[in-house]
Write a protein that binds this ligand. Sequence first.
Ligand code: NAG
Ligand code: NAG
Length: 201
Amino acid sequence: MYKSPQVFAAALLVLGLSSAVVYGVIYDRPCRTEISVVQNFCLDRYLGKWYELQRYEQPFQTKVDCTTANYGLLDSATVSVRNSAFSLINGTSSEAIGTAVLSFPEQEIVQAKLNVSFFGAPNDRSNYWVIDTDYENFAIVWSCEPLPQDQSSEGFWFLSRERKFTDDKDANERAFGAIRKYIDQSEIRFTNQADERCPDF
Ligand SMILES: *[C@@H]1O[C@H](CO)[C@@H](O)[C@H](O)[C@H]1NC(C)=O
Ligand SMILES: *[C@@H]1O[C@H](CO)[C@@H](O)[C@H](O)[C@H]1NC(C)=O
């Protein structure tokens, strides 16, 4: 699939300024519509700490590892987001603080779609879709932002409750099944969680 570095840089500027959310891979197609997400999503069970095991590379987290996401409840409708990462190259930690809300909380059957934003930007984009999660082991998260000229920018994160992924057979089948079905495996970057320098965020 064709990806253009120039468009990527432009998108970075636009997205970076307007929402501070930057995605990983630019495609010459509109956002895919056939992505299915978790139904009857239980936000409470999703909160807490997740370790990132895989992702599409993101400009703002380029080359960082040991990445974690921490989700807490700020009030009944708002989730606090704290993403932490460590550079194994220069030994520096970094953090992004944000908030998330359910995209469509009024729905009778709550879908696992959230509006996440960082650095105080408004939560005005449904940009965090949980394709599948068992809450206890894994979450497969996908994101897409439309770009001009029918292009789009996708993000992907494979989150785990442990630094090392569980041996649980059902969790493995579901997580890797979702990745095979929806994720462009040639674009995946594996996050180093095994290095002993990884901080305990
Ligand atoms: C360390 O590396 C990270 C990730 O590449 C980079 O964002 C950061 O600016 C670097 N920090 C220093 C102090 O060089
Ligand atoms: C989330 O973003 C979508 C646009 O992508 C918007 O329609 C929806 O109202 C937002 N949800 C909330 C709770 O702000």
